[in-house]
Design a protein around this ligand. Sequence first.
Ligand code: DP6
Length: 326
Amino acid sequence: MKKATIKTASDIALIKYWGKKDEELRLPENGSISIKLDGLDTITTVEFDESLSADDVTIEGESNNEETARVSKHLDRVRKLAGTKVFAKVVSKNTFPKGTGLSSSGSGFAALTFAAAASLELDLSERELSILSRQGSGTACRCACGGFVEWLDGDTSETSYSVSLQNVDYWDIRDVVVVVDEGKKKISSTEGHEAARTSPFYQARLDGIQKKIGQMKQAIEQKDFMTLGSLAEKEALEFHTILLTSEVPLIAWYPGTVEVMQAVMSLREVGVPCYFTINTGFNVHVLTLPEYEKVVAEELGKLSLVKKILLAKVGPKPQGIDQHLF
Ligand code: DP6
């Protein structure tokens, strides 16, 4: 069978996916909006091989039982569509630290889905690939598309998929990704989603989310960076309020995270347009415009608790490449 390699950009959610109405199908409680991130990429090679007696999965040079089980479960979904029981060899690597709140599961499961489908020569539409990716990891549903992406929550598997609101060339926004730690985050997003409903503020969040999604779409439509940035930053703080008030509380931030958040606010005070957003990890995404990318990276790079800076711009949809990993 064919060997296929796919490169997929990760993404940063401007409006976050938090909480699921169906755990198994990964149907989200609310829709979400993100920007794909060229520069934070996963590259995955898949080959189905009759001689294998189990899936052989290597991620970042390591094989780990828990990860292999989640990958195998996802490969089963693709195998079922293709009507095959053949196992696969999977090798995957990222250009950014995984498990640190930078959505490696999103780019990872989208790359896996696209590579497995290509390897089995399945002819699937972007919508079908988005639906399939979603079942591996929620964020992968968005990573199946390019540019500025909306994940429609939907009540059924068939209606919960992502669409590109605007393509990769629409608007040049930069993401200065500030890494304050490269160690694994303590609680996975999957565990966190389950606790969302225990926050007394969760329902209030859901009540206001439609309005927020509308405002964010309008900011994208109008290329209004200040509105986009301030909505994204407020959304990040609301999302972390849910984490902080869930049972068990999740304090995702490290001291370095807070140092960066405060520095971003100070940069704004001196006229630099930049806004932070953070997922379930401790590393910080700082959104800015191209002409300010250098100053933002330089200033945040000087902070005492910052380990390194990664630069990302708006990324494309998953792409096949010829450089196989094995
Ligand atoms: C906070 O997609 O990692 O990054 O579906 O269980 O794999 P699973 O969760 P995951 O959740 C990510 C949540 C988030 C917000 C977002 O990216 O929308």
